[in-house]
Design a protein around this ligand. Structure first.
Ligand code: DLL
Length: 434
């Protein structure tokens, strides 16, 4: 199966422009009439829905911020009365209140369609068994991929997160060909599969997976693909917009195909908020084009990424989202230098002596920022002498300093000692904020 909805996924640029413009003009009017906080923003700059003629006018509109959602907590951003909503999801903010999202039946349906498109991109079809190890609950990962799998007509195994031994038993007994979980969890599962001597392709029948909800690097992808013999697709989403499936890689991995008939992406400069063209890295801003329950116009996601419009051999014509490199609020400023955890991960994964399990500790000692990277030695490394470990440490230190332009203390620990995560991993402890 090549596509889930071919006509939409391979639409020409002209058709796309017409469709996006039609939906966008309607959306602005709908939001103005039904979402008070945004109406106030438009009124404040004397902008009327009739001033918006096509998607090209998007720059005229104000941004919606995470803080707008928090101020309207819990239901102030809903554009429909409660009787029209059928589901609530929420994601925990590091700074207190939950960010809540409400969905109508149609919103759930559109989201399931996008998740189904994503599963097909990862290699699924109606014959597939889709094993979902994302958590089911307020987090959108589990239910999002679940409904996507059902929409596709596949068999869904709602394993949810946790209980790794049971997950492996289900994978071997049911023979799932597609798995959905976080990248850090698939690494953990892979280790366990290897430890039990199970053979990918023989005992484990996986062919592909949709891995997302946290940043991960190309090096991590290569590691997963090599060890499991699968096609590892990056999948992006956020509960405020729709959960997993807003964008997803196809097997060519030329960037995540952004479902731009439903969600319109922009990249803006983090400081000046000037819109940036393809290839330039900045904050991802998303406008929903069809959402009913909680539509959002120019929502600043805080995610840092870039877009590309290069043709993809798969034939899909959507704009593509390059890998998320971090969140603007995840960015560490160490002695004045900007550092993203993904840069650290890249360096670690290029070094065969260590494994991709790490934790970053940041502190301030005598007014000076310090950064420690605690990383596990690779299980294959059995150093005979203390000097072997010291050599690995020195090499990593030097690689890190040249990649980050700032020095870090490297602490090597034994395999299996860095805490594993079943959902989103928490890789940073910043004591400067405690
Ligand atoms: O994480 C939805 C999701 C579930 C996406 C499963 C993919 C797979 P939230 O909990 O609302 O929703 O968190 C959204 O997670 O703004 C990003 O910072 C981050 N994120 C999501 N997908 C990716 C990805 C889900 N592929 C926040 N790469 C987003 C990097 C991601 N970060």
């Amino acid at each position: 199966m090549d596509y889930f909805q071919k006509e939409i996924e391979t639409m020409s640029a002209d058709q796309k422009f017409v469709l996006q413009s039609e939906r966008f003009v309607k959306m602005v009017k709908y939001v103005y009439e039904n979402q008070k906080p945004y109406r106030a923003k438009m009124d404040a700059i004397k902008l009327r829905p009739s001033d918006i003629k096509s998607i090209k006018d998007i720059w005229k509109l104000p941004y919606t911020l995470k803080s707008d959602l928090r101020e309207a907590y819990p239901f102030g951003m809903m554009a429909r009365p409660r009787r029209d909503l059928v589901r609530l999801h929420a994601s925990s903010a590091t700074t207190g209140k939950l960010t809540v999202a409400g969905y109508t039946m149609r919103d759930i349906d559109v989201w399931a369609e996008c998740a189904a498109r994503s599963l097909v991109m990862a290699g699924a079809d109606e014959e597939s068994i889709v094993h979902v190890s994302y958590g089911y609950g307020l987090f959108t990962g589990g239910l999002g991929m679940h409904y996507g799998g059902e929409k596709l007509g596949a068999v869904v195994v709602p394993a949810s997160a946790g209980n790794t031994q049971k997950q492996i038993q289900l994978l071997t007994d049911f023979g799932a060909d597609i798995i959905c979980c976080t990248p850090s969890y698939i690494i953990y599962l892979t280790e366990e599969i290897e430890r039990q001597g199970l053979k990918p392709g023989v005992d484990i029948k996986l062919k592909g997976g949709c891995f997302g909800a946290e940043t991960w690097t190309e090096e991590m992808r290569a590691d997963i693909e090599r060890r499991l013999g699968i096609c590892a697709c990056d999948i992006y989403g956020l509960s405020e917009i729709a959960g997993p499936g807003v964008a997803c890689d196809c097997r060519y991995k030329t960037g995540m195909h952004f479902q731009d008939d439903h969600f319109y992406p922009e990249i803006v400069d983090v400081d000046t908020l000037e819109p940036l063209g393809c290839g330039k890295s900045g904050e991802l801003v998303i406008t929903t084009l069809t959402k009913e329950g909680m539509p959002l116009i120019r929502y600043r996601t805080r995610d840092i990424a870039s877009l590309n419009d290069d043709p993809c051999p798969c034939g899909r014509t959507t704009i593509k989202l390059n890998k998320i490199t971090g969140r603007s609020d995840d960015m560490l400023i160490i002695r004045g230098v900007n550092v993203f955890p993904s840069q650290i991960e890249s360096v670690l994964l290029k070094n065969a002596s260590v494994s991709p399990h790490y934790h970053i500790n940041v502190d301030r000692v005598h007014n000076l920022d310090t950064m420690e990277i605690v990383v596990e030695l690779s299980p294959e490394i059995t150093p005979d002498r203390v000097s072997d470990i010291e050599n690995i440490r020195q090499k990593l230190s030097a690689d890190m300093a040249s990649a980050l332009s700032v020095s870090a203390k490297i602490t090597l620990v034994s395999p299996g000692t860095v805490e594993r995560s079943e959902g989103k991993s928490k890789r940073i402890t910043d004591r400067r904020k405690i």
